[in-house]
Design a protein around this ligand. Structure first.
Ligand SMILES: Cc1cc2nc3c(=O)[nH]c(=O)nc-3n(C[C@H](O)[C@H](O)[C@H](O)COP(=O)(O)O)c2cc1C
Length: 319
């Protein structure tokens, strides 16, 4: 049994938060993770308010355990409609990234919805604590998908001594070793995205899980650094084309158009025969990702491994 400030805050059995994944973490996977004792998170990225309402309702029919929804807070006309839909439907917590969450925290709090801010550095972590967030996710560049430029280890080292909120570490954590290490560093739990791409309940196109299983750590690539929008995934013809455009100085807007819509395409259709639909977004910790299995089994394995390692840890210390 591992109890932390995070399990207490969220009312969950295990300190494992599922990383929201746009176009991928829908009701089935979210409920499966929550039913297994972790915290499932719907990914609202790219969706409209109708989808948000429907998916929250559907998830409630599949689980009576706590679950959340992830919202990207870039200023778009849709953003405010999504916030209203979440407030109207009710949910246990929101994870908030890509934008300034401060204007929204009071409204979620008044509605009894806990707020988890995803941060890429110490300055933002302290700012989010000061303005009343309930919890933080510190997300390192080992993560799949959109990334910042600090590693998970550096974020844990820099941020954990500076804040007293519950913190989940994310980025490159795919097993019980990662969870045990994060807890020893002082985190209260972890957020995992990539490992759940291999959950049998995952709705992403099956060829994506196969590509992950076949991949080695040297297949991890980041595109988009030149326009400040790092995106990590598996090297393929789409990524190679992007990288050659980046080095040949193609305008930022052209690069933006090239990647536009690729997350949805890959989630729905895979990368395509010629690997030109987009990249399979996944983190750097690829070697252990070899098995497609139910979410409940993933959580059980991660917890068993972490508990075993934590129980063995005192052997390193001698009087
Ligand atoms: C395919 C994919 C899509 C993602 N989409 C989102 C998203 O929509 N919103 C978000 O906050 N994080 C997103 N992430 C990041 C995850 O929520 C999580 O923080 C990350 O996967 C953790 O690192 P890991 O991949 O090494 O487990 C995505 C990650 C992946 C792999």
């Amino acid at each position: 049994m591992i109890k932390t400030k995070m399990t207490e805050l969220l009312g969950i059995q295990y300190p494992i938060l599922m990383g929201a994944m746009a176009w991928i973490t829908t009701a089935g996977l979210t409920a499966a993770v929550s039913n297994a004792g972790g915290a499932g998170v719907l990914g609202a990225g790219g969706r409209d308010e109708e989808w948000v309402r429907r998916e929250i309702r559907k998830t409630k029919t599949l689980t009576d355990k706590p679950f959340g929804i992830n919202l990207s807070l870039q200023t778009t006309p849709l953003r405010d409609k999504l916030v209203e839909a979440i407030l109207a439907e009710g949910i246990d917590f929101v994870t908030l990234g890509a934008g300034d969450p401060r204007p929204f925290l009071p409204r979620f709090r008044e509605a009894g919805i806990k707020t988890i801010c995803i941060v890429p550095n110490t300055k933002l972590a302290k700012r989010m604590e000061a303005c009343g967030a309930d919890m933080l996710v510190i997300e390192g560049m080992e993560s799949g998908g959109r990334i910042g430029n600090l590693t998970t280890m550096a974020l844990m080292t820099n941020i954990l001594p500076e804040v007293s909120l519950p913190v989940a570490a994310a980025g490159g954590i795919v097993d019980g070793r990662g969870l045990a290490a994060a807890l020893i560093m002082g985190a209260d739990g972890v957020q995992m995205g990539s490992r759940f791409l291999l959950a049998s309940e995952c709705g992403s196109h099956p060829s994506n899980a196969q590509a992950i299983v076949a991949a080695s750590d040297t297949d991890s690539v980041t595109i988009g650094w030149s326009r400040g929008k790092g995106l990590r995934g598996l090297k393929n013809p789409f990524a190679e084309e992007y990288l050659s455009m980046e080095v040949s100085g193609v305008p930022t807007e052209t690069l933006g158009q090239y990647v536009n819509g690729c997350s949805k395409r890959v989630a729905d259709l895979g990368t395509g025969e010629d690997g030109k639909n987009g990249i399979v977004q996944v983190g750097e910790s690829l070697e252990p990702l070899k098995k497609i299995q139910p979410a409940a089994e993933i959580i059980r394995e991660v917890m068993e491994e972490a508990e075993t390692l934590l129980k063995r840890a005192p052997r390193f210390v001698t009087e």
